[in-house]
Design a protein around this ligand. Structure first.
Ligand code: ADP
Length: 398
């Protein structure tokens, strides 16, 4: 079966067509600037790039163009959309309702809508993407895969904030966590890689990309994660501040006459690596500037390293030990210098890397030293495959 994976943002729609017979990607594309001047769709398939530049007023239009590109006589990869057995949608916030992926029906659409207050930036776009696909592919079954679902096994002591219980009960204020599909895929793959069952291992997965989160997976289940009610909490990220005393928001708002919304936009878009370094939100640029002696870049780099170290230490304590520490996503997979800095002086935990093995980037590898008790691995994430597998499994049971 061929499965289409869709990840809709507010002005973009990313897609990937996967042949589930061999899990190969047949085509990959992105519609950009939906509803904005200069919209275009770029598709990569068979080593060729196909670009359509034309106005897309909304996501329905973007879906139509996606179908045009996938079925194009010259550049397409399928004769008709009938060849596509199902669509898997990435959805940011499943709230407390979804502990795993589900086939989309009206009640699921309603629940995604209900969760808009929790995921105001992403859920409306995800919903638009689903509805647009349903409009242009009315007979194709669709599945929603939630970024939050994997973390729903956390116990209350890990997911509650210390505000009055009333806010949890009335407004569902709690830690939800994100990147769940990635942490689930990477932790399961780690167990496979080590020839063990997930139930035998305590794993700390470090998803370090533009957005970063760390997750404690004890015996196959998420028991804690660094992101919170939104993806703002945790370590510093490309443009997000990560955790801080909430009084910082009040102090800056009062002093600079900002609203809380304005301040949170600063925390989400202008903070983290870019805010501290003043150089870039991209870790490659920050590392290059740090290597040139830029002091702010050095501090930004060190803040990320220190933040990840602290999570590893605290999750090892929370799980009563750790069997594997895993690096994934853009930075985790490709930045050996950062991995080395995070793992420096971790011998007290029984974790030590082999500096030579660590220099290998971008592939699955055990980078632990021979005498390391804890396995330290690089496992490239593949959220699309995880979404495609869930989708195949759910639609096969229909
Ligand atoms: P997103 O969270 O948007 O999916 P990624 O997982 O691609 O982002 O991570 C982006 C980050 O990964 C950037 O900070 C970038 O510097 C880093 N990165 C991506 N590719 C590489 C690479 N080949 N070498 C070094 N760093 C990389």
């Amino acid at each position: 079966m061929k499965i289409l994976i869709v990840n809709a943002g507010s002005s973009s729609l990313k897609y990937q067509l996967i042949d589930m017979n061999n899990e190969n990607t047949i085509a990959k594309g992105q519609a950009e600037r939906i509803g904005i001047q200069g919209s275009r769709l770029v598709q990569k398939a068979r080593g060729q790039v196909y670009e359509i530049s034309q106005p897309m007023k909304d996501h329905v239009e973007a879906c139509r163009l996606m179908i045009d590109a996938l079925t194009d006589q010259e550049h397409g990869v399928v004769k008709s959309m009938d060849e596509i057995g199902a669509v898997g949608h990435r959805v940011l916030h499943g709230g407390m309702k979804f502990t795993k992926s589900v086939v989309i029906d009206q009640s699921v659409l309603d629940a995604i809508e209900e969760n808009i207050p929790l995921g105001p930036l992403h859920n409306p776009a995800n919903l638009m993407g689903i509805k647009a696909c349903q409009e242009v592919m009315p007979k194709t079954p669709m599945v929603a895969v939630f970024d939050t679902a994997f973390h729903q096994t956390m116990p209350p002591k890990a997911y509650l904030y210390g505000v009055p219980m009333e806010y949890y009960e009335r407004l569902k204020v709690r830690r939800y966590g994100f990147h769940g599909t990635s942490h689930r895929y990477v932790s399961a793959r780690t167990a496979e890689f080590l020839g063990k069952k997930p139930e035998e291992l305590r794993i700390i997965t470090c998803h370090l990309g533009n957005g970063s989160s760390v997750c404690a997976v004890a015996y196959g289940k998420c028991v804690d994660t660094s992101m919170g009610i939104t993806p703002l909490e945790g370590v510093i990220m490309g443009t997000r501040s990560g955790s801080m005393d909430p009084a910082v928001v009040q102090y800056i708002c009062n002093n600079d006459h900002l609203t809380v919304d304005e301040m949170l936009t600063i925390c989400n878009k202008k903070s983290g690596l870019v805010g501290i370094s003043g150089v870039s939100s991209d870790m490659r640029d920050v590392m290059a500037a740090a290597d040139d002696g830029n002091e702010r870049a050095i501090i930004a780099r060190d803040m990320l390293v220190y933040g990840v170290k602290k999570y590893i230490g605290s999750y090892a304590a929370a799980m009563g030990g750790v069997d594997a520490i895993v690096f994934t996503a853009g930075i985790g997979e490709n930045n050996d210098v950062l991995r080395a800095m995070v793992m420096e002086n971790m011998e007290f935990l029984g974790a030590k890397i082999d500096p030579e093995k660590n220099q290998i980037n971008g592939k699955e590898i055990d980078i632990s030293a021979a005498d390391s008790k804890v396995r330290v691995l690089v496992i490239p994430t593949n959220e699309e495959i995880a979404i495609a597998r869930d989708t195949l499994q759910l639609v096969s049971a229909l």
